[in-house]
Design a protein around this ligand. Structure first.
Ligand code: HEM
Length: 392
C-alpha cells in the first residue's frame, strides 16, 4: 500500500502515506486526530445518513428488478452500495458521475486483493500489467483530487459553502496541537485510505449478515428484525439517533462481525519485552492477533460457533464480557476510525432491505456451508445467492 501511495502522491514525504500505514514517527497522531474529528462524532455520522439512505434505496430498487429473474448473488450489489457511500463520504462524489475515478478506485481494490500479501520487492511496476494499469489509473485519481482541492480553495476564497465530506473536513481543519493544516498530497492519500479501508469491509459485514438472516433456521430471527424495523421507523428513513434504539439490528451486526470478522487480523508492535503463556515476545516484534479464535472462545460466548445475536442483547452479559472478547474493529487509540460510519451504513442497508423483502437462501445450497477466504478482508469465494421476495 505504501508503494501505491508513493505513486499516487510522489511529492509527499516518505513517511506520510495514508493513515493506516503511518507510524507514530510518521505523524500518525496528527492525521488520526483530524480523521477522528471528521468521522467519529455522531454529528459527523449523521451528516452522511441521507446519502446512505439514498443509496440503500438504489440497492433495493436494483434488487427488486433483478429478483424477477431468480436468486441473486449479493456480493456485487452490496459492494456497489458500500463503494457509492464511501466515495460520497470521502470526496462528496457520486461514483456514476465520474466513472473513470470509480474505475480507478476499483482497480486499486483489485490489485490490493491480488497483491496484498506480496513483499514490496516483488512488485514490478514496469512489467506487471496490473500494476502498470494501476499506475496509469492512479494518475487520474490524482488529477481529479487535485482539481477538486483547487476548486475548494477557490470556493473558500469566495466564502462559498464547501461540500460536507471527509476531504473538506481534513483540508480545512487546523490541527489542535500544532495549528497547522495538511498538505494537499496528504488530503489525497488520507481520503484514498478511508476508501480502501471502508468498502470491502462493510460489504463483507453486510454479505454475511444477509447470508445468515436468509438461512431457513433463522426465519424467526428475520421476522423479529422486520418487526423491530417497522416498529421503529415504519416507512421512514433510518436516522442515527433512532438507530441506537434498534437492539436486535445492532446485535445481528455484532454477531455477524463476531463469526465473520471482516478484517480477520489486527497487528501491533511490542513496545516492551513480555511473556505470553510462556512465550517470550521481544520488544519490537510484530504481533499478529487473529480475531476469529478470540471471537469463538467459549469462555466469552454461550454458543461460540452458532449464529446467535442474543449474545449481544443482554446488557449485563455485554458489560461483564472481557473488553477484548469482541474486536472486529480493533481496540484502543488505533482502532477503526470508521466503525460508527460502517455500523450506521450497514444498519441503513439492512433496514431498507429487510423492510422491502423477505429473504431466503437459494434452495440449491441445500444447507451446504459457504466457502470463505481470509485475505485483506473475509470474503465469500463462491456466489452468495439469495431469493428476494417483495413484502406485500
Ligand atoms: C465492517 C467494517 C469495518 C471493519 C470490520 C473495520 C476494521 C478495522 C480494523 C480491524 C482496523 C485496525 C484496528 C486496530 O489495529 O486496532 C481498522 C482500521 C482502520 N479503518 Fe476500519 N473497518 C471497517 C470499516 C471502515 C470504514 C467504513 C472506514 C472509513 C470510513 C474505515 C477506516 C479505517 C482506517 C482509516 C483505519 C486505520 C486507523 C489507524 O491506523 O489509525 N474502516 N479497521
Amino acid at each position: 500500500m505504501q508503494q501505491v501511495y508513493r505513486r499516487l502522491a510522489p511529492n509527499a514525504p516518505e513517511t506520510s502515506h495514508g493513515i493506516a500505514m503511518r507510524t507514530v514517527d510518521g505523524g500518525w497522531e496528527k492525521h488520526r486526530r483530524l480523521a477522528n474529528r471528521a468521522l467519529l462524532p455522531p454529528k459527523a455520522v449523521n451528516a452522511f445518513t441521507d446519502d446512505m439512505n439514498a443509496y440503500a434505496k438504489v440497492l433495493v430498487n436494483g434488487l427488486a428488478s433483478e429478483s424477477t429473474k431468480g436468486a441473486i448473488d449479493i456480493r456485487k450489489p452490496l459492494n456497489d452500495y458500500t463503494f457509492s457511500v464511501i466515495l460520497k463520504i470521502a470526496f462528496g462524489t457520486r461514483g456514476e458521475s465520474v466513472p473513470e475515478i470509480a474505475d480507478a478506485v476499483r482497480t486499486l481494490f483489485n490489485v490490493a486483493r491480488t497483491h496484498f500479501l506480496l513483499p514490496s520487492a516483488a512488485l514490478d511496476w514496469e512489467k506487471d500489467p496490473l500494476l502498470r494499469d494501476l499506475h496509469e489509473k492512479l494518475q487520474s485519481i490524482r488529477r481529479f483530487s487535485m482539481d477538486m482541492l483547487k476548486e475548494r480553495r477557490e470556493m473558500m476564497k469566495r466564502c462559498e459553502v464547501l461540500p460536507r465530506d471527509f476531504a473538506t473536513a481534513i483540508f480545512t481543519a487546523r490541527d489542535e496541537k500544532d495549528g497547522e493544516m495538511l498538505m494537499e498530497e496528504d488530503v489525497l492519500t488520507d481520503s484514498i485510505d478511508i476508501m480502501a479501508a471502508g468498502t470491502d469491509t462493510t460489504a463483507s459485514l453486510l454479505t454475511f449478515a444477509l447470508y445468515e438472516l436468509a438461512k431457513p433456521e433463522n426465519k424467526m430471527l428475520q421476522m423479529q428484525l422486520y418487526k423491530e424495523i417497522t416498529d421503529t421507523i415504519a416507512t421512514a428513513d433510518l436516522q442515527y439517533d433512532t438507530s441506537g434504539s434498534m437492539r436486535l439490528m445492532t446485535a445481528v451486526l455484532k454477531e455477524t462481525a463476531r463469526l465473520y470478522p471482516p478484517a480477520p487480523i489486527n497487528g501491533r508492535a511490542a513496545t516492551e519485552d513480555f511473556e505470553f503463556h510462556g512465550v517470550h515476545i521481544p520488544r519490537g516484534a510484530s504481533v499478529v492477533i487473529l480475531n476469529e479464535p478470540i471471537h469463538r472462545n467459549s469462555a466469552h460466548y454461550a454458543h461460540p460457533n452458532m449464529y446467535f445475536p442474543y449474545h449481544f442483547i443482554d446488557q449485563n452479559i455485554n458489560k461483564a464480557r472481557h473488553p477484548f472478547a469482541w474486536i472486529p474493529f480493533g481496540a484502543g487509540g488505533r482502532s477503526c476510525v470508521g466503525q460508527r460510519i460502517s455500523m450506521m451504513e450497514a444498519k441503513v442497508a439492512l433496514a431498507h432491505l429487510i423492510r422491502a423483502f423477505e429473504i431466503e437462501l437459494a434452495s440449491h445450497r441445500n444447507g451446504r456451508k459457504l466457502e470463505t477466504e481470509a485475505g485483506f478482508t473475509i470474503a465469500a469465494v463462491e456466489p452468495v445467492e439469495i431469493v428476494f421476495k417483495a413484502r406485500k
